[in-house]
Write a protein that binds this ligand. Structure first.
Ligand code: PMV
Length: 337
């Protein structure tokens, strides 16, 4: 099964009316129970389900047009993306799935995630692109189908179709039509995420390559799927009960377990810098003094702190450079420094 087959299945019989352009926004998302490992490399089908929270107004705005120029043109934050770069290649490969004969695409993208926050933006980028293409071509896909389409660009992008909590159900089908995110009805207005930047350096190894190496060589990986199933059950329960300490403990432990599988890979995969470990120690020290703060980490050295509004002043005092996001707050107060 190839991505082209999946796209044909999704779009068959969808005539649609072509517009001049299609525009959309999608939020970034942070996984609380992580996606780590694929059962199908080509289609980005995961070994396990995962659960994330979206970052409100922090994400990607994208607009896309078709024209007859000889090649595609991409802009990111008003800068032209160099033709031979990894980003351009990834975009072109994805857009080829939808390209009408003889046409080129013009894609303009603006990230509201501060570049310095060190957040991976491929999730919001591919979710916004899938939505923008739907509007350009007039397909009128539903959110589930759009989630499948976004997944073909980047696995975690399937969760960025939704606000708030989203669960990516791993699914079982070979074509992945049942592997998409669903929104959770629960909201948690007091929940805060603190984006803690420890380094802006480009990551040493892509999440795609790191995942593959971990699955293939880490002796700890065999324990991961069962751990995720347990964590997912417990996290859903903690969200339902608004039990913050349990919520934080599960998210932190799940992230550390994911990094442990990487550290045991051969050769090892390590995203931690000395400053990452220092920040972890600082979080644990705050907890030892009674503070309720936890962290999660992805394929990079930066931490995302988890806490509730009532702890915000103490956490900001401990981490003065923290960018605080309120994923469930009303639009104007969603994201503030
Ligand atoms: O979607 P990708 O290929 O960028 O992988 C994302 C992997 C993690 O961010 C580490 C975990 C996750 O669930 O988002």
């Amino acid at each position: 099964m190839t991505k082209q087959h999946v796209v044909q299945r999704l779009l068959s019989g969808r005539g649609g009316r072509l517009r001049d352009s299609g525009s959309a926004f999608a939020p970034a998302n942070i996984a609380l129970v992580k996606y780590w490992g694929k059962r199908d490399e080509a289609l980005n089908l995961p070994v396990t389900s995962s659960l994330s929270v979206s970052l409100g107004t922090l994400g990607t705005h994208t607009s896309v047009r078709l024209n007859q120029r000889p090649s595609d043109a991409y802009w990111l934050n008003s800068r032209r993306v160099p033709a031979g770069s990894d980003t351009a290649l990834r975009l072109r490969t994805y857009l080829d799935l939808f390209r009408p004969p003889g046409c080129s695409f013009e894609v303009r993208t603006r990230n509201t995630i501060p570049t310095a926050a060190g957040l991976a933006s491929s999730a919001s980028a591919f979710a916004a692109l899938a939505l923008a293409l739907d509007r350009l071509f007039g397909w009128r896909l539903d959110p589930t189908q759009l989630s499948v389409l976004a997944r073909l660009g980047s696995g975690s992008a399937c969760r960025s179709l939704f606000e708030g909590f989203a669960e990516w159900r791993a699914g079982r089908r070979a074509d992945g039509m049942d592997s998409h995110a669903v929104p959770l009805k629960e909201r948690w207005p007091e929940l805060r995420l603190g984006l803690l930047m420890v380094s802006a350096r480009k990551k040493s190894i892509s999440s795609r390559a790191a995942m593959k190496r971990t699955v293939e060589t880490s002796p700890l990986y065999s324990a991961w799927p069962a751990a995720v199933r347990r964590d997912l059950r417990a996290l859903r329960k903690a969200i339902g009960a608004r039990d913050f300490p349990t919520f934080g403990k599960i998210a932190e432990s799940n992230a550390l377990s994911m990094h442990a599988t990487m550290h045991a890979a051969r050769p090892p995969v390590n995203y931690w810098l000395p400053a990452s470990v220092e920040a972890m120690e600082q979080v644990w020290a705050l907890r030892a003094e009674g503070g309720e703060v936890y962290f999660t980490m992805d394929a990079g050295p930066n931490l995302k702190l988890l806490f509730e509004d009532r702890e915000a002043a103490a956490i900001r005092a401990a981490f003065p450079k923290l960018r605080v996001v309120a994923p469930f707050a009303s639009a104007p107060e969603r994201s503030r420094r």
